[in-house]
Design a protein around this ligand. Structure first.
Ligand code: AKG
Length: 317
């Protein structure tokens, strides 16, 4: 293991970094105050810190969307396409809205991504094909996202206002193994993260298609303590994420969950629940592209952190 890799596991390094980002961590300090947790905003945090605190659930996890949504004013204000898509949210844990973005909008997003790549304006994650936070660098992308009905729909599904935390753009399939986003972007109470996957071109078999497991959001959340994380007070576990992925594979096999894939058309979106198991299929068509964008939103007024890296989420308004 290189010194760099070791350093990435060294928790105090994150705390020092966080110490200088008080503004972006104000939200977690407020939550600690509210919940009576004696912890400083810059310290490591994980789900054990919230273990003995009574938690509410998002309203559509407690009760059935089929029963509640039809009489809801916000729901009634949505177009039929969106209404049909989200009606069975509680049962399925996902919603597919066809043609959510039109051709002009998806073309503008693609053009902006190309421009930013050529001008090196976006961060490509080291050793991966991910482009992070494009919406913060492109006003045009931001306008498209914020002028859509997304905030309205997502806030309705969570029962709280939402804020866009991060975006990830892919030009090719992510090939990310099956996971629930709650291992990466965790909340207390659980369930207050929601994600949107946007097809930026027609998606072909073999290109590393997005997959998901209907209903898997109802399974218990898999968090620290549910798999071997091997960490210590000062170090994050070396194989924690690998062990997590193996645990998820075991659950899928044991419960015999059935995989579905999203062969989307350009402009279609899939919204998923904080605990829905999903990932990217292996790429079997070598030269294929899979232009897509993922948006992760946190609800406001909850504790937001990263279970695997045990960092509070840095949220800038
Ligand atoms: O786009 C994909 O292949 C998967 C993305 C994903 O799993 C995520 O962003 O949480």
């Amino acid at each position: 293991m290189s010194i760099k890799d070791w350093f990435r596991r060294f928790k105090p390094a994150y705390s020092i970094y966080n110490f200088f980002h008080k503004k972006e961590l104000n939200h977690i300090a407020q939550q600690y105050d509210k919940l009576g947790i004696e912890k400083k905003y810059f310290e490591a945090v994980n789900s054990f810190d919230f273990k003995n605190i009574k938690a509410e659930k998002p309203w559509l996890d407690e009760q059935d969307s089929k029963e509640l949504l039809p009489s809801n004013n916000v729901y009634q204000s949505l177009n039929k396409n969106a209404q049909n898509a989200i009606l069975n949210w509680s049962d399925k844990g996902y919603a597919i809205i066809p043609d959510f973005f039109n051709i002009d909008e998806t073309n503008i997003i693609n053009k902006e991504i190309e421009r930013m790549i050529s001008e090196s304006e976006v961060d490509w994650q080291r050793n991966s094909n991910k482009m992070m936070f494009a919406f913060k660098k492109s006003q045009k992308i931001k306008n498209i996202l914020y002028n859509s009905d997304l905030d309205k729909i997502l806030s309705l599904l969570l029962g709280k206002p939402v804020q866009l935390f991060q975006s990830i753009n892919f030009l090719t399939g992510s090939q990310q193994k099956t996971h629930s986003d709650s291992i990466h972007m965790t909340t207390f109470p659980l369930g207050y993260l929601i994600a949107v996957w946007i097809a930026l071109e027609d998606i072909e078999e073999g290109s590393g298609v997005l997959h998901y497991y209907e209903g898997s959001h109802k399974l218990p959340y898999v968090l620290k303590g549910d798999f071997e994380d091997g960490g210590s007070r000062f170090l994050l576990g070396k194989n924690a994420y690998l062990n997590y992925e193996n645990k998820i594979e075991d659950i899928i096999a044991e419960k015999q969950l059935k995989k579905k894939t999203f062969l989307a058309k350009k402009g279609d979106i899939l919204i998923w629940h904080a605990n829905l198991l999903h990932g990217g299929n292996p790429i079997t068509q070598k030269e294929s592209t899979r232009k897509s964008m993922v948006l992760h939103y946190y609800a406001e007024g909850v504790a937001c952190y990263h279970e695997i890296t045990q960092r509070p989420a840095l949220i800038s308004k």
